[in-house]
Write a protein that binds this ligand. Structure first.
Ligand SMILES: [Fe+2]
Ligand SMILES: [Fe+2]
Ligand SMILES: [Zn+2]
Ligand SMILES: [Zn+2]
Length: 202
């Protein structure tokens, strides 16, 4: 497999891609990458598939738990959360074995790149949602487009301060995913939600 020295993306496969499929960096930025302790391409593919499936199961169960709470089934909600946590345990194992967890500095750089790439993907998604007459979907994609760039900024800001011990609190908008650092805003600057919609991250 191949690792992009620009964005840290890891691409499976024995044939070198012409450019990084994630950030588009030219082929010379891609270096041969071996995952220590893993032999063979199929096991790698399966680890990746397992990671995707377990991550989805984690999130789906958390969503089901929220619904169960709303419908007045706290016991079912607890069960969904318990299984969600178990799926996260599996997903963490897969990601670790894939070599997807580096040191914090590299993880921050890689998270920064991924946020930028995510925000670049959304204008196209919005256009296609509108072309197919799905304005409600376009609106939700718009939240991501407007917010991912801010996530990237938070990472780059934090990278600058990694050595100095700055203590920052973060508040997440439950409507659009905007992350505010340091202050709880009166109103979300992206979607206009009131401050009650924000959750402080512990
Ligand atoms: Fe699982
Ligand atoms: Fe993000
Ligand atoms: Zn790349
Ligand atoms: Zn918001």
């Amino acid at each position: 497999m191949w690792k992009c020295t620009n964005c840290h993306h890891v691409e499976l496969g024995s044939v070198k891609p012409e450019s990084c499929p994630l950030c588009g960096a030219e082929a010379e930025k891609l270096v041969l990458h071996e995952v220590p302790g893993i032999k063979g391409e199929k096991t790698l593919q399966n680890l990746k598939a397992g990671f995707v499936a377990e991550s989805q199961a984690n999130l789906r169960n958390l969503a089901f738990a929220m619904k169960a709470e709303q419908e007045g089934y706290p016991q079912m909600a607890r069960l969904f959360r318990a299984v969600a946590e178990a799926e996260a345990v599996h997903a963490f194992h897969h990601l670790r074995l894939l070599g997807g967890i580096s040191g914090t500095q590299e993880n921050m750089e890689s998270a920064f790149e991924k946020e930028n790439l995510a925000s670049n993907a959304y204008p196209g998604f919005i256009k296609e949602a509108n072309e197919e007459d799905n304005p409600h979907v376009a609106r939700i994609f718009g939240y991501s487009r407007d917010v991912e760039r801010g996530h990237a900024r938070l990472y780059s800001k934090a990278l600058d301060h990694m050595v100095s011990d700055v203590d920052t609190e973060y508040y997440v908008c439950g409507i659009c995913g905007y992350v505010s650092d340091g202050v709880l805003p009166d109103e979300c600057p992206i979607c206009g939600a009131s401050k009650e919609k924000f959750r402080k991250v512990v």
